[in-house]
Design a binder for this molecule. Sequence first.
Ligand code: SD4
Length: 333
Amino acid sequence: MPSRRTFLQSSLLAAGAAALPRGFAQIRASGAKVVSTWDFGVPANQAAWAVLGKGGSAIDAVEAGARWAETGQCNSTVGRCGYPDRDGHVTLDASIMKGDGSCGAVAAIEGIDHPISVARKVMEKTPHVLLVAEGAQQFAVSEGFKVQDLRTPEAEKAWKAWLKTSKYQPEINVERRSLPGNSENHDTIGMLALDKEGRMAGACTTSGMAWKMRGRVGDSPIIGAGLYVDDEVGGATASGVGEEMIRNAASFLVVELMRQGRSPADACREAIERVVHKRPAASKELQVCFLAMNKDGQVGAFALHKGFVYAVCDASKQDALLPSQSIYTTDRT
Ligand code: SD4
């Protein structure tokens, strides 16, 4: 039997919640959590957890995690060590989004090693959502970012080797750890975080498809394609051949499916089925992967092909790496 005092308290809370602005009533007591794509998601999550675990905000956490992926490692698919386009230019794409709908992005930016932080500045300091190419770089410089040569000797070597055949063929991603020296030409970090206040945020950053045409922009900086977050529902992010995500407004689709009551895993699966339904033949040859987390911290993923892994980090465990289910299950490694 509740005492009069607790009854009054809960009545007041209920009345207060009804009067709160939309979104505020979503604040929950669930634990903080961060998830991200691929095996490099484990250390990236840990960089995000350094913020989240101390009670920091989801947006600060995803920026910290994505920044780690951009420069804390040297891999051919994100940030400083990204492989160039077919003309030898390293061009980077990134987006960031808060669950209240604020977002910012940069596409085809050159010479800036933390595009995710430029995306955040676009969100916070401009009336725009997306800046591209020279304009994005000019804005970054005005915000104090330094222009540097991002093409590493390793990337240069790989590009010169590729020039011998100049064959552009996106390959199916597999778990990178299982393939040292593999020849796949894409991977991206997509990260979603839930903080202890129940706020969500996401970040997505990539050098895009290696050997892409000059000017090609993928899904990662396109809000709704490579990333979408809504505090009322949850968030989704993507990795793989971005043209498929753009065609299907895929991360938005995953979030809208969760809004209709699907679990994160079911929503990701249905979005993958949509990709297959639209282009059945093409879907056999390319990889598409979705990762989602709902506002209650439930996590799910699904991919077209075997090999996608995702990292999950919360107070109980900071280094979980889980395999995603996929439509096609043949081992292509
Ligand atoms: C793109 N989606 O530029 C990115 C690349 C990627 O796994 O995610 N690769 O299309």
